[in-house]
Design a protein around this ligand. Structure first.
Ligand SMILES: [Zn+2]
Length: 426
């Protein structure tokens, strides 16, 4: 009796997210705890509960480089139908293009039928967990569990020491390694650290951080970074917020509005209208569920298609599926692919620059109308979602956006001032 009262009242959230700092994984739960958890989450009628009497077999799958949720779920030996079911149940609530290598997913399977998904759990950080639970009609019901987090600004300062890199110094002052990459990427646009950084050079970084229980780092945003070097000079970077989290203009800029995106790709078209994203979809011509290995941008026939970065043309030809296609290999061995073109304007072996026209939008090959299929391959040859590549909207902010940047810079300068001033003892 005690058990029955205690578990739902005290432990539903504790079981899911962990009461203390250590998270308690689903596989550690005892059978009655799991059953209780499923019941309380589902809040279904008693008559329906018999559906969930089986205690799931928990399979944990981990994201490896170049993988998305689809490939990860193949680790759990799920068939395509089940994987698509999970992906569609999550796609409205979880940013599936932002999964990181090493993240874990737990799938609870019916022990009598390992293709029957009873539960699914993804917890990107200790304060947040996404769940899917098998509901009535065999559908997966989405539930989100989150705990309150707090937002704070933190100023990190440091001086380069003899023999230590910026990277190492940023880590040493306590900046989270994901943010170290951002700072490095932004400052590299202005300072060549291999030749132009010296001991005694100074940096300042202001980060907006989201933390859980005042100590567990959840996510951050580099609001400001500066570098003052003996030979490199003084450089500042400001984060610009375009007012829409999906805007391609959200990036770091100098005070004069110059974009600071290191080896950033330009977009392949001037106007972007995504008609089909990377991932599983119903094929428009073949009518069956298939993996779509790129992004489709619908665009009028004849629109110029640009190479997203400089490189060498490794393919310029025609095949019945892709139609006219061009591929460009870039410096870092990634390659960009442009399909269904009405015409090609480059040939194999040719060197192309960033934003050089490689062809024109068309509808050649297996296509239902004029569009550009844009694909991106990693150095290992695996397709990746081009949307997860950093692309640059414009080299320079202008007009209304530039005015907004100036306002935001004023706010950032005020924040800097506030954070530089030592707090008076109470
Ligand atoms: Zn396509």
């Amino acid at each position: 009796m005690l058990n029955r009262i205690l578990i739902p009242a005290l432990c539903t959230c504790a079981l899911l997210l962990g009461c203390g700092k250590k998270e308690r994984p689903l596989e550690d739960l005892s059978a009655p705890e799991l059953r209780q958890l499923l019941d309380s989450l589902l809040q279904v009628e008693n008559s329906e509960r018999k559906l969930h009497r089986n205690i799931p077999v928990i399979v944990t799958a981990t994201i490896k480089p170049g993988e998305g949720l689809f490939q990860v779920m193949q680790q759990a030996k799920l068939d395509n139908k089940n994987i698509i079911k999970i992906i569609s149940a999550l796609s409205d609530s979880v940013e599936l293009t932002k999964l990181r290598v090493g993240e874990k997913f737990q799938v609870g399977l019916d022990p009598d039928n390992l293709q029957r998904v009873l539960t699914f759990r993804y917890s990107p950080n200790p304060a947040l967990a996404h769940f899917l639970i098998l509901g009535s009609n065999d559908s997966l019901v989405y539930k989100k569990m989150d705990k309150p987090t707090t937002l704070r600004h933190r100023l990190y300062k440091g001086v380069l020491e003899n023999g230590s890199s910026l990277d190492a110094t940023l880590r040493k002052v306590g900046i989270n390694s994901r943010m170290v990459q951002v700072v490095n990427g932004v400052l590299m646009c202005k300072v060549s650290f291999s030749t132009n950084a010296h001991p005694g050079d100074q940096f300042e970084v202001l980060i907006e951080e989201r933390v859980f229980q005042d100590s567990i780092w959840i996510e951050g945003q580099v609001v400001y970074a500066s570098f003052r070097g003996k030979s490199a000079g003084f450089h500042e970077a400001f984060h610009y917020d375009d007012g829409d989290p999906k805007s391609t203009f959200n990036a770091h800029y100098t005070e004069s509005g110059e974009a600071l995106v290191f080896s950033g790709l330009r977009y392949p078209l001037d106007r972007l209208h995504i008609s089909s994203a990377f991932g599983m979809r119903l094929h428009p011509v073949l009518g069956r569920r298939e993996m779509h290995w790129g992004v489709d941008y619908s665009s009028p026939a004849g629109t110029p298609v640009f190479s997203v970065a400089e490189g060498i043309v490794i393919e310029s030809g025609f095949d019945p599926a892709s139609g006219n296609k061009v591929a460009v290999r870039h410096k870092d061995n990634t390659s960009s692919w442009y399909l269904h073109l009405s015409s090609r304007s480059v040939s194999k072996g040719q060197r192309v620059g960033s934003r050089q026209i490689v062809g024109r939008v068309g509808s050649t090959g297996r296509s239902t109308g004029p569009h550009l299929h844009f694909g991106f391959k990693q150095p290992n040859g695996a397709w990746m979602s081009p949307l997860s590549k950093r692309m640059i909207a414009t080299p320079k902010l202008e007009g209304e956006r530039f005015s907004r940047l100036k306002q935001q810079i004023a706010t950032i300068r005020a924040l800097l001032l506030k954070n530089r001033t030592p707090k008076k003892p109470a």
